[in-house]
Write a protein that binds this ligand. Sequence first.
Ligand SMILES: NC(=O)c1ccc[n+]([C@@H]2O[C@H](COP(=O)([O-])OP(=O)(O)OC[C@H]3O[C@@H](n4cnc5c(N)ncnc54)[C@H](O)[C@@H]3O)[C@@H](O)[C@H]2O)c1
Length: 258
Amino acid sequence: MFEEKVGIITGGTSGIGLATAELLAKEGMHIVIASRNSEKGEEALSVLRKWSPHSLFIKTDVTNSQDVKNLVSQTYSTFGKIDVSFNNAANTEAASNATHEFKEEDFDHLINVTLKSVWLCMKYQLQVMTKQNSGVIVNTSSMDAILCSAGTGVYAAGKSGVIALTKSVAQEYGHQHIRINSLCPGAFRTPMLEERFSNLSEEEKAKLNESYQKLNALGRIGDPIEAAKAVKWLLSDDASFVTGQNIIVDGGIGFRFE
Ligand SMILES: NC(=O)c1ccc[n+]([C@@H]2O[C@H](COP(=O)([O-])OP(=O)(O)OC[C@H]3O[C@@H](n4cnc5c(N)ncnc54)[C@H](O)[C@@H]3O)[C@@H](O)[C@H]2O)c1
């Protein structure tokens, strides 16, 4: 279904992004992965090229408009089209500081990396997709946007913005055969989650692990491939009548809080 299609995956060098890139590369898609770290980019690319020899890595900071513009224009000039995009890159740097101690520059960083990045990606991708009269986009939100737990404030706000932006922009471009949805992951075992564990004592790690396992109905942390499969479906023609939706893949956290 993805043979000879062209897709951009931001944050495609690790975690959910890399799992999705591998899944789509195996289906014959030409993938352009984008992230800030060239070393990790080249490493991921060498894996993807086993299945998809024309895939590329383009060094990109998704908070930088010039970088995002370049990512889209280089993809378009190389392949002559952009069929799909998974706007997935983000980080949680400075996300856990208490609100009264939160620095203004950290607020700006978190909103830029969670929300502005997605807006920038869509802005430039839609310039190509509107010319093609076709395209599919998935933006990554987070269950933090829905749960709004204590301590997640600015990150949760940015990720809530991703859901709102996705719904609104999907309404705007549906008539041009462009579908846009968001993925809303719960807890997945990726470098981002591992980072939360990295500064903890063994006892604290065990406690956090236990709380993650109690967090959802399935009683476990997700594997990135389980998110990737949902993204693959959203990007495929099997989801041809699905747009403006926030698809929750969280092992059942949501219904425990209803
Ligand atoms: N892992 C989870 O439990 C979880 C839960 C909810 C939402 N998410 C979201 O899923 C997405 C993927 O995260 P992940 O868990 O796979 O983490 P990850 O750290 O493995 O992947 C994040 C990717 O984004 C890239 N990145 C970060 N900042 C960037 C920037 N400014 N410019 C370009 N690239 C940048 C990183 O290099 C990396 O490739 C993120 O949007 C994250 O917020 C993850």
